[in-house]
Design a binder for this molecule. Structure first.
Ligand SMILES: CC(C)(COP(=O)(O)OP(=O)(O)OC[C@H]1O[C@@H](n2cnc3c(N)ncnc32)[C@H](O)[C@@H]1OP(=O)(O)O)[C@@H](O)C(=O)NCCC(=O)NCCS
Length: 133
């Protein structure tokens, strides 16, 4: 699974942090299994109150454009609703057109820009979706 992370981001999370997400938030760590191959994953956390936070979402390059990202996101949202989450937020690079388009299509909207969010100094949008239970 870490291969998907490593192939998807210029600055992947360290393996140890990735494993700790899986240990700490198993309910919100979902994996797309395509005939035994791990094709993608999404990981989220529930923060104080009723806000969910998407930490990471990635689909292996060979499996992109087939709807997997949308399926993972929808499933995570449904699980978060069941756990009392009312809104989900995330950060995405302002230059990540594919991800921004995916999030927009799922009802997320840009609420803020965080300058220098990434290690290379690039900026991030904060996007938010209000969930209906
Ligand atoms: C972003 C990512 C998860 C999308 O996964 P995916 O499985 O290819 O996405 P889907 O096939 O479910 O596409 C859903 C929607 O996303 C948008 N989208 C996906 N790929 C796109 C692309 N290359 N260009 C523009 N829009 C794109 C489209 O709106 C698409 O809907 P449509 O098929 O009806 O046009 C994938 O490109 C990825 O892993 N990227 C690298 C990691 C990353 O950037 N993660 C997000 C971090 S915040």
């Amino acid at each position: 699974m870490y291969l998907v992370e490593a192939r998807s981001f210029p600055h992947p999370y360290p393996l140890e942090l990735f494993i700790s997400f899986q240990t700490l938030y198993p309910k919100f760590f979902l994996v797309a299994d395509c005939s035994g191959t791990i094709a993608g994953y999404v990981v989220g956390v529930k923060e104080m109150g009723s806000t969910g936070h998407i930490i990471s979402l990635a689909v292996h390059p060979s499996y992109r454009g087939k709807g997997l990202g949308s399926v993972l996101l929808r499933e995570l949202e449904e699980r978060m609703v069941r756990e009392g989450v009312k809104r989900i937020k995330l950060e995405v690079s302002v230059s990540n057109r594919a991800a921004i388009s995916l999030y927009r299509s799922r009802g997320y909207r840009v609420v803020n820009v965080v300058p220098n969010y990434y290690p290379d100094g690039s900026d991030a949008y904060v996007m938010v979706k209000e969930l209906r239970s």
